[in-house]
Design a protein around this ligand. Sequence first.
Ligand SMILES: *[C@@H]1O[C@H](CO)[C@@H](O)[C@H](O)[C@H]1NC(C)=O
Ligand SMILES: *[C@@H]1O[C@H](CO)[C@@H](O)[C@H](O)[C@H]1NC(C)=O
Ligand SMILES: *[C@@H]1O[C@H](CO)[C@@H](O)[C@H](O)[C@H]1NC(C)=O
Ligand SMILES: *[C@@H]1O[C@H](CO)[C@@H](O)[C@H](O)[C@H]1NC(C)=O
Length: 385
Amino acid sequence: MRSLNVFVSLMAGVGAVSFPDPSGPHPVALRVQSMTDKSRIDPYSPENDRHKRKLMTSLFWPIDDKASCTTKQVAYMPPATAEAYGQQAAAMGLSNETFAELTLGVCDISSIKGCSSKSKIPKYPLAVFSPGSGISRLLYSNMARSLASRGYVVITVDHTYDGVVVEFPDGSVIETADIPEEGDDLINLTKVRAQDLSFVVSQLENSSSRSSLLKGLPGKIDFNNIVVYGHSLGGSTAAVALLSDSRIRGGVDLDGRFVDPALSKGPKQPFMMLGRPDHRTEDSTWAPFYNNTRGPKVELAVVGTLHGSYTDVPLVITALGLPAEVKDQVSSVIGTIDAEKLEKILFKTLSAFFTYVFEGKPKTFLNAVKASSELSIVNSKLPNN
Ligand SMILES: *[C@@H]1O[C@H](CO)[C@@H](O)[C@H](O)[C@H]1NC(C)=O
Ligand SMILES: *[C@@H]1O[C@H](CO)[C@@H](O)[C@H](O)[C@H]1NC(C)=O
Ligand SMILES: *[C@@H]1O[C@H](CO)[C@@H](O)[C@H](O)[C@H]1NC(C)=O
Ligand SMILES: *[C@@H]1O[C@H](CO)[C@@H](O)[C@H](O)[C@H]1NC(C)=O
C-alpha cells in the first residue's frame, strides 16, 4: 500500500481532468433537472417529513449534424456527490479530489446555431437509464453521453433514497435510506424504481411539462421508439418497467441480477442481457430469467469485464493516466479490457440492439455483435419481430 500513499500525495492538486470525446458522431447537450411526481408519496421519505416522490435526472440530447454548438466543460458531479465518491476513490488509493476535479465536455445549449428547417426536424429514440443500487446516476453520465452521441435522447434517473446521495438544484441533498437489498424490500424497491422510469417517460410525453424540460433543444423525441436500460439493479428495474409499461419497446440489463416479478415472468418485449463472462455461473438469476423471458432475447458476454466495468469508472481511470501499479489495483474492480475499446463496443452493441428492437432485423444486429472479437453470444433467440 505504501506506493499508493505516495501516489495520493502526487495526485493532490492535479487540476481538471476530462473524459475523451464520445465515439458517436453527434455532439451532445446536457440538461440537469429535478421532477416531482405529484401522484406518489415517496415511500422512503422519513415518517416526520412525508413528501411527494422527487427525482433528479440528466438529459443527454444529440445535436443534429446540420446544427453547431461550442463545447463547454461542466462539473462531472456536484459537491456532495463528488465528496461521497471521493471517499471511495481514496479507499482505492486515489486522491479524494478525483471526482471533484473531473469534468465532462458537453454542447453549450445557448450556443446552438443552425437548427434544421421546420420540414426536417430530426426525431430521436428515447433511452431511459436506471443506475445500480446505491449508485448515483452521475457515475454513468459519460456512458449516457456516448449513447446520445449515437443519436439517442438519453435520460438518467436517480432513485431518491436509494442512491448514496441525491443532490438537487437548490443544493439540498437526500442521502441513502439504506433500503435492504433482499426479499420484499428489494422487490418493492425495484417496483418503485420502475415507476420512476415510467413517470419520467410521462413527463417527457406530456406536452405541458415537456415544453420546459426540452426548451432550446433542437429536434424531437420519437415516442414510438422508447427503450430502457440499466446497470446492476437498474437492469432488473428496466425489466420490471417493461412488464408494467407497454410504451417501452425493449430493454437491456448490463451485468445485473434479476428480481421478481421480472425474474419469474420475464418481459415480452425484446431484451438483451450483457455482462461479464462469468455472470451466468456467478448469478443464479440469469439462467431462469433467460428462460422465463417471453420475447426475443439475447445474452452476451464481454471478455475482460467485471461488474464495475459497466460504469464510468474505467474511463475515469484512463483519463487520470495512472501508473501501471495503481491500474493493477483497480483492475480487480473494473476488469482488464481497454476502457476506450469497451466504450466503443458497448455503445455500438446497445445502439445495434435498439435498432433491432425498432426495426426487427436480427441479422444486422448479430453481424454487429460478431464484428467484435471481445463479444460472445452466450444464448440467443431473436426471431424477426
Ligand atoms: C479531501 O480531503 C481533504 C483532507 O481531509 C479535505 O480537506 C477535502 O475537503 C477533501 N475533498 C473532497 C472533495 O472531499
Ligand atoms: C412492500 O409493498 C407492499 C405494498 O405496497 C407493502 O404492503 C409491504 O409492506 C411492503 N414490504 C416491505 C418489506 O417494504
Ligand atoms: C401534464 O403536466 C401538467 C403540468 O405539469 C399537469 O398539470 C398535468 O396534470 C399533466 N397531465 C398528465 C396527463 O399527466
Ligand atoms: C432453461 O430451459 C432449458 C431448456 O428448456 C432447460 O434445460 C434448463 O434446465 C432451464 N434452466 C433453468 C434455470 O430454468
